[in-house]
Design a protein around this ligand. Structure first.
Ligand SMILES: Cc1ncc(COP(=O)(O)O)c(C=O)c1O
Length: 370
């Protein structure tokens, strides 16, 4: 049997949040009673403008799309105040993460990320024979905030890529602009990746404008969250044109289909959908915090600026997999920290913010556990 390269001898795969269909079937719970809180999707569904644009564009499916998704690049550039050579589009942000790994980190060199973090960062690094460095000591276990000094100290001469996720996943913690600048300025020989997948839920404009200033920065955003298009697969990166040129060179040629391009363009005009979504998340983030005050075996890590938060299990008699399974039986899907995030071990769960009735299901489910 042919063997793949050494990085792939024992590959590890992404563990997605469970689907509502799966849980409904396995536990015999009506699908409408399932609280799906493990994938950070949009409770309001897809942007209506994007859905309409996709429907209207079905007649173009026999045509190859622009290989660089140029009309979407133009629209993104105009919306965020850049020129289109500063934009790259991907089949989700995830695809752009793979391009960054290949284009900016030679095999064997280091890619730095906070521990815990979005697992794709280290899974891609390992699969491509690059060395992921998870800086666990930069994460304060009480607040789950990142200590920027410790994170900066970890950067070495062969660190090619440095990740910042803001708001962070899985904690939702937030770094101020001065902190983000400090990391970028401390890594002049690395490409700093500022992943703003969840930025809408911070209720700020984020730091995309820093891409005007720093040549070693790429800012990433996704259409999977506030625009509700996780199933369409659209993400983008903004950086200096030379960074984008390198990424284009390793990009699968027609990575964006006709429907992704038109859907993305339409979604960028759907301010109403984004506004409604952000309002729901912010209100219910506050609401669920008040409900957690009733629980003594679980602690919500407060200060999330995102559409999820961490729950710490204070009761040493029970671990995260037992809580995860117990919630599933009660129709509540979350993420088991010990399975989904390296370095979280068995004391944490990541739970999405969603409609109030689902927040109630989560808290009632936790209260009901033996
Ligand atoms: C921090 C972070 N970045 C990127 C992504 C992926 O986004 P996309 O759906 O655009 O690939 C996710 C998805 O959950 C994420 O949590």
């Amino acid at each position: 049997m042919l063997r793949s390269h050494p990085g792939l001898q024992a590959p590890e795969y992404y563990v997605p949040g469970l689907s509502a269909d799966h849980v409904s079937e396995r536990y015999g719970i009506p699908i409408e009673e399932i609280a799906k809180l493990g994938s950070a999707e949009n409770p309001h569904g897809a942007s209506p403008l994007a859905k309409q644009a996709v429907k209207e564009h079905l007649e173009a499916l026999h045509l190859y799309p622009s290989w660089t998704a140029d009309s979407l690049r133009q629209k993104i550039a105009a919306k965020y105040g850049f020129e289109y050579p500063q934009v790259i589009c991907g089949s989700g942000e995830t695809e752009i993460l793979s391009l960054i790994t290949r284009a900016f980190c030679p095999p064997g060199d280091k890619i730095q990320m906070p521990g815990p973090c979005f697992p794709i960062y280290h899974l891609f690094a390992e699969a491509e024979g690059r060395l992921p460095v998870l800086v666990h000591e930069a994460t304060d276990r009480q607040s789950m905030a990142i200590d920027v000094d410790t994170y900066i100290e970890a950067i070495q001469s062969d660190t090619r890529v440095v990740y910042i996720t803001n708001p962070h996943s899985p904690s939702g913690t937030w770094l101020e602009e001065s902190e983000v600048r400090r990391i970028i300025e401390s890594a002049p020989n690395s490409l700093v990746v500022l992943d703003e997948a969840y930025v809408h839920y911070s209720n700020t404009a984020g730091y995309i404008s820093l891409a005007h200033e720093y040549e070693n920065l790429v800012v990433l955003r996704t259409f999977s969250k506030a625009f509700g298009l996780a199933g369409l697969r659209i993400g983008f990166g903004i950086a200096h044109p030379q960074i984008i040129e390198s990424l284009l060179a390793v990009k699968p040629t027609w990575n964006m289909g006709q429907l992704q391009i038109v859907g993305g363009i339409a979604a960028l005009d759907d301010d109403q959908h984004v506004e409604t979504t952000v309002k729901t998340i912010m209100n219910n983030r506050d609401y669920v915090q008040t409900r957690f005050d009733d629980l003594d075996r679980f602690r919500m890590i407060s200060n999330s600026h995102s559409n999820f938060f961490l729950v710490e299990i204070l009761d040493s008699e029970i671990n995260s997999t037992e809580v995860f399974e117990g919630l599933l039986e009660r129709g509540v899907v979350v993420k088991d920290g010990s399975v989904s995030f390296r370095g979280l071990e068995d004391r944490f769960l990541r739970c999405d913010v969603n409609f109030q009735q689902h927040m109630d299901r989560l808290v009632d489910g936790l209260a009901d556990l033996p």
